[in-house]
Design a protein around this ligand. Structure first.
Ligand SMILES: Nc1ncnc2c1ncn2[C@@H]1O[C@H](COP(=O)(O)OP(=O)(O)O)[C@@H](O)[C@H]1O
Ligand SMILES: [Mg+2]
Length: 250
């Protein structure tokens, strides 16, 4: 298995407050990782530090062997734009633009794909995520679930290597959560590596591997193996995870 991300001795503090220390882990190409832990344990900080949205104080983050923690801001934004996609609890789509325009924007910005390819990618993504019917709607006139699907499309427009999500289902109800997670599982199945932070055990149970953070350290990790949508053992997966989480004191 090829290593896509190699995190070595990551340390992060804000002023005098240590938030992350001794963080070491590898992510393999095509994996789906869920990061869990109590509120304030450093999950978001970890996600931002490994994705170049924030910088660690020390340690290294290697993306396909390239140390991205030492890149200047301009190079880092380029890596983020071309190789990474991001989704958050709330969508950061631009007002006064249609769903489609929001999705194609980072495609045109990156300059790696032709205009035609960007439009084709956007169409294919909207079909896959079921939002074609609202493509030309203003973002004010769609549901929360549709907004999050559009955010996923936007995150994937440049065909990134890794999709990062910070509580991507945090503001969705349980049926919309399921729909959005089906999409994320499909994206992963098609080859995109996925790393999300979540406090929802049902969401984390869809990951191959769950990393538990406690007070800024990796406390433990659980291997669940690949999620299979038709899986009869789905509930046993959730049971294994919830037993393990109980052991973590979650
Ligand atoms: N920009 C910041 N400045 C100062 N402290 C921060 C900042 N971001 C996070 N923290 C602190 O770092 C700790 C971990 O925060 P965070 O990574 O957001 O945790 P989680 O996502 O697990 O809830 C918290 O104590 C938080 O107050
Ligand atoms: Mg957080």
């Amino acid at each position: 298995m090829k290593t896509i991300l190699d995190v070595r001795n990551l340390y992060k503090s804000f002023k005098d407050t240590k938030v992350l220390s001794d963080i070491n882990f590898k992510v393999y190409e095509g994996e789906f990782i869920a990061i869990m832990g109590q509120s304030g344990s450093g999950k978001s900080t970890l996600l931002y530090s490994i994705s170049g949205m924030d910088r660690p104080n020390s340690g290294n983050v290697l993306l396909y062997g390239q140390d991205i923690s030492s890149l200047d801001d301009e190079k880092m934004s380029e890596v983020r734009l071309k190789q990474m996609g991001f989704i958050f609890q709330h969508s950061y789509l631009l007002k006064n633009l249609s769903i489609r325009d929001n999705i194609v924007l980072p495609g045109f910005k990156s300059g790696t794909l032709s205009r035609e390819q960007v439009n084709q990618n956007a169409d294919a993504l909207m079909v896959k995520t079921g939002i074609v019917s609202v493509a030309d709607h203003d973002i004010k006139n769609v549901s929360g679930g549709q907004l999050q699907r559009a955010s996923i499309c936007r995150a994937l427009i440049n065909q990134p290597d890794i999709l990062f999500g910070d509580e991507p289902t945090g503001s969705l109800n349980s049926s919309t959560t399921k729909e959005v997670m089906d999409i994320i599982n499909n994206v992963n199945r098609e080859g995109t590596t996925v790393i999300i932070v979540t406090h929802d055990a049902k969401v984390a149970a869809r990951a191959d591997r769950v990393i538990f953070l406690m007070d800024g350290n990796i406390h433990d990790e659980l291997n669940l193996g690949k999620y299979d949508r038709g899986e009869k053992k789905k509930s046993s997966r959730e049971e294994r995870l919830s037993e393990w989480l109980e052991k973590q004191g979650f």
